[in-house]
Design a protein around this ligand. Structure first.
Ligand SMILES: [Zn+2]
Length: 174
């Protein structure tokens, strides 16, 4: 009788051990799955540096974007695939209030709640509703709206679900 009880306890113990092992395996699998999902999401959200130039002002309180300057007024590219949802054009240099002081600009909506905003453009080469590919030409760097200094520069903002984020941390800086 006692032997049978002992066997029964060993049987339960073995069952328990296997069920715990199963749980930790399942946990390991789900952790691995969420890590690979997170990696894929990060890759999908990699924004390219959207023009040629050097950063003259970073992201800080009172300036929730970055400024990229270049006196050559190069092309500005879509930082990622998306849809153009808003543009401002027709602003002339010297009219500081045009476009709400941002001058000519483009707003692109991307996956996962991201938006990019490109301001002070000399010219805009897309229209609302255009589907743009990463690297596609969307305009030319300029100095429309309210600008400081003497040269042309791009004011770039990246937001997620309406929250402005530091572009420097999201851009692929080669
Ligand atoms: Zn700026």
């Amino acid at each position: 009788m006692k032997k049978n009880i002992l066997r029964f306890y060993i049987f339960i113990l073995v069952l328990f051990t296997f069920s715990q092992l199963g749980n930790s395996l399942a946990f390991a699998k789900s952790t691995a799955a969420s890590i690979s999902l997170a990696t894929a999401a990060t890759q999908a959200q990699a924004f390219i540096f959207p023009t040629r130039g050097y950063i003259t002002q970073g992201y800080h309180v009172g300036h929730l974007g970055i400024d990229i300057a270049n006196k050559q007024r190069p092309a500005v590219w879509a930082a990622n695939n998306g849809t153009v949802i808003k543009i401002q054009q027709g602003c002339q240099e010297g009219n500081a209030y045009c476009g709400g002081s941002y001058g000519n600009y483009v707003v692109i909506s991307h996956n996962n709640g991201f938006q990019t905003f490109y301001a002070h453009l000399q010219a805009v080469s897309v229209k609302v509703g255009d589907i743009v590919k990463q690297g596609q030409n969307i305009g030319t760097m300029g100095r429309t709206g309210s600008v400081r200094g003497s040269g042309a520069f791009l004011h770039l903002e990246i937001s997620k679900n309406g929250q402005k984020m530091n572009p420097y941390l999201l851009l692929q800086l080669k």
